[in-house]
Design a protein around this ligand. Structure first.
Ligand code: GDP
Ligand code: MG
Length: 165
């Protein structure tokens, strides 16, 4: 039995079901008091900053929103605090392989050590940079998630093709 299970067992023996139930709820909410740093990575223009704004519940024109645009708008990494939890930091980055973040310096500039989770955004197709980045994150043995952006465009394009036929 691991340490946490031992603690639950001991709580149950001393305080019964009500005590155990409270301990479990406190444990489940424990992460809310931890600092959580999430890095949003991917190539330039795939929608990293837009995704962050969606998580923050902001429109690009709102105050405090991440800059969004057709051209590269993010020159340095920048953190955004989640409106519902000040310990929850979401980090925006310039795209991998851009002037300010060339591939050779990318890993050092991102500095994977402070992040708990990674979100790797791709749109349209999977490129060599995406695979390289996924491998680099995998080496840290931390969790990462793939997010596919701009799905709406792809669905619309496919529907247009059918309409023409
Ligand atoms: N249709 C569509 N456009 C998007 C989506 N995400 C981002 N965009 C647009 O793609 C462009 C680049 O987005 P941005 O968030 O600045 O990408 P970043 O360079 O990865 O931060 C902007 O014009 C956004 O409005 C999406 O999911 N769907
Ligand atoms: Mg950006």
């Amino acid at each position: 039995m691991d340490k946490r299970s031992e603690e639950f067992k001991s709580t149950f023996q001393k305080q019964g079901v009500a005590g155990l139930s409270q301990a479990i709820f406190e444990d489940l909410d424990g992460w809310k008091n931890e600092n959580i740093n999430i890095a949003v990575l991917g190539q330039s223009g795939v929608g990293k900053s837009s995704f962050i704004n969606a998580l923050l519940g902001l429109k690009p024109s709102d105050e405090g929103a991440a800059a969004v645009g057709l051209h590269e708008t993010t020159n340095e990494k920048k953190s955004y605090v989640h409106p519902k939890n000040k310990n929850f930091l979401i980090w925006d980055f310039p795209g991998v392989g851009t002037k300010n973040f060339p591939r050779e310096e990318y890993l050092a500039k991102v500095d994977f050590r402070i992040f708990n989770y990674f979100i790797l955004i791709t749109s349209k197709r999977f490129f060599e940079y995406d695979i390289w980045l996924a491998h680099a994150v995998e080496m840290t043995r931390k969790c990462f998630y793939f997010v596919r952006s701009m799905f709406g465009n792809d669905i619309e394009n496919e529907m247009n093709k059918k309409r023409k036929r």
